[in-house]
Design a protein around this ligand. Structure first.
Ligand SMILES: [Zn+2]
Ligand SMILES: [Zn+2]
Length: 137
């Protein structure tokens, strides 16, 4: 084994370890990269932002997490759980709530009308949550 092999090997191991650490702080609710970095920092784990972004992109491609852009244009990532759901996003406090929504009918209809084979989708509802509505009055 030459030096290059060793470097490559240890590098591969380092990447695997970093991935495990990132997976550990991912949640079934959407988190921004800053939240994820914060969760890692809390556990005294130092991984640079570029690596976190790259790993999240990789997880998205592998279908481990979904990436959603909310209307502040920041990407949020969440683990894919068994139950397909959508999000209610409060424009006031930024809170995100999961919302199960039966959309098989709509998906079928879109597919039929357009011939488009839908593989995945995200659906977000933006508005003002109950708490914020009450606070306004
Ligand atoms: Zn709110
Ligand atoms: Zn859906």
């Amino acid at each position: 084994m030459n030096n290059l092999d060793i470097t490559f090997h240890t590098d591969g191991l380092r990447i695997t370890n970093q991935r495990k650490k990132i997976i550990d702080v991912l949640t079934p609710f959407p988190q921004g990269v800053l939240d994820i970095m914060g969760a890692l920092a809390k556990k005294q784990i130092k991984i640079d932002k570029v690596t976190v972004y790259r790993t999240l992109d990789c997880f998205t491609r592998l279908g481990i997490i979904t990436k959603t852009l909310f209307n502040d244009q920041t990407a949020r990532y969440e683990l894919i759980t068994k139950h397909h759901h959508h999000h209610l996003v409060c424009n006031c406090c930024g809170k995100v709530k999961d919302f199960p929504f039966e959309d098989n009918y709509i998906l079928k209809k879109v597919g039929k009308q357009t011939g488009f084979q839908i593989q995945s989708h995200t659906l977000e509802f933006f508005g003002v949550c109950g708490k914020c509505r009450k606070a306004k009055i």
